[in-house]
Design a protein around this ligand. Structure first.
Ligand SMILES: *Cc1c(COP(=O)(O)O)cnc(C)c1O
Length: 396
């Protein structure tokens, strides 16, 4: 394919991409090769928690890239110590292993749980996961995911991920046998369509895990780092999971992820886990800058305020157009529509003139909103106004 001065044929075809090349971004705005601007409510799929090119990250990259890029994970480095300390102090976990992507962090969580099963549960290895869940694109994390069709595309699957129904405790209990080692879930199913696990369900899973000696593992790759209005989503249910994974927002757009575990669960022996880039100072220095911004007084309070503003605005839209409603947690929200025009809305929003709008439709009847956590209320209003206009046009 060619468009303008670009020939993109050297890139492997993995998805349908629009005919534009993004050149720069600032805050909630992106700019393409033709100079057209886009209000971004996707933010790299909930990745750029501080928006595009935030000054905190620019500063951290500049400073750290002059000091040290990667001494090898076989040696300690300062930013990784600083970030691990911050993460453990802010959570119920005692130790951190850094990774480069959410899938890799989850892969590590699966390995850790299996190892714990070998040490403490006679080799139990099965991890109960959920229909419509998403845990990544490696073979094991695809097998753990409950995405329709994913059980066959790269068959055979990695064994040991029976699927239960979210918010249905009996469906989990029914799957437990003596080979079960843990239960893994997203506090809000993101890719599945912004479906929150209820606090009651999470609390009951904790009780069940305790009673049956299982690990409770939360995949907070999308929900963690302030996305849901608290630093981590599990806090809102008042539970203490055994393992948590982080990704996306933790690097604010840079490839960084983490696997966190409570001391009792940290059973890796030397050589069990590693990776060339894991915990490298360049990325973890970015992580420190992101963390300190999110943890600054008032920041998360502001996220909750903006989330409420977005939630009310979406509810108004739903009311006006006779749609079922809106849902979500914090700044991870969805508008549930009464018809399947999600893809048409996304397309129309992007091609608006003079400025485009970036939205995401994980399902035909659903729009998902994952703006920067520091998005302006005026930007939320602008998005809502344009969305209203698009819906009006499509329904004329
Ligand atoms: C995005 C996502 C992943 C995968 O993260 P990658 O960095 O794309 O590998 C895993 N789990 C959840 C809940 C996610 O949203």
């Amino acid at each position: 394919m060619e468009f303008g001065q670009f020939n993109v044929n050297a890139l492997m075809e993995i998805t349908q991409r629009p005919d534009l090349v993004f050149i720069r971004g600032q805050g909630s705005w992106l700019e393409d090769h033709a100079g057209k601007r886009y209000l971004d409510f996707v933010q790299g799929w909930a990745v750029n928690c501080l928006g595009h090119c935030p000054p905190e990250i620019v500063k951290a990259v500049e400073a750290q890239s002059r000091l040290l890029l990667n001494p090898s994970p076989a040696f300690y480095n300062l930013p990784s110590i600083e970030l691990a300390t911050r993460l453990t102090e802010a959570s119920c976990f005692d130790r951190v292993f850094f990774a480069n992507s959410g899938a890799e962090a989850n892969e590590g969580a699966i390995k850790l749980a299996r190892k714990w099963g070998q040490v403490h549960k006679q080799g139990a290895f099965k991890i109960i996961t959920f229909n419509h869940s998403f845990h990544g694109r490696t073979l094991a994390t695809m097998s753990a995911s409950g995405k329709p069709g994913w059980s066959t595309i790269f068959a055979p699957q990695v064994d040991g991920f029976p699927k239960a129904e979210l918010n249905d405790l009996a469906s989990v209990e029914a799957l437990i046998d003596d080979q079960t080692v843990g239960i893994m879930l997203e506090p809000v199913q993101g890719e599945g369509g912004v479906i929150p696990a209820t606090a009651e369900f999470l609390q009951n899973l904790r009780k069940l895990a305790d009673a049956r000696k299982l690990l409770l593992m939360v995949d907070e790759v999308q929900t963690g780092m302030g996305r849901t209005g608290t630093m981590f989503a599990y806090e809102q249910a008042g539970i203490r999971p055994d393992i948590m994974t982080l990704g996306k927002g933790i690097g604010g757009g840079a490839p960084l992820a983490a696997l966190l575990a409570r001391e009792e669960v940290c059973v890796f022996k030397h050589g069990d886990q590693g990776g060339t880039y894991n915990g490298n100072p360049l990325m973890t220095a970015i992580g420190v800058a992101v963390f300190d911004t999110l943890a600054a007084p008032g920041f998360l309070e502001g996220v909750r305020e903006r989330a409420e503003h977005l939630s009310q605005g979406l509810a108004r839209l739903a009311g006006k157009w006779g749609m079922p409603g809106e849902r979500g947690n914090g700044l991870l929200r969805a508008l549930v529509m009464d018809r399947e025009d999600g893809p048409a809305i996304v397309e129309r929003a992007r091609t608006l003139e003079p400025d485009g709008l970036l939205l995401n439709a994980p399902r035909g009847n659903l729009l998902r909103f994952m703006p920067a956590l520091n998005v302006g209320k005026d930007e939320i209003d602008q998005m809502l106004e344009r969305l209203d206009g698009i819906i009006a046009t499509l329904r004329k």
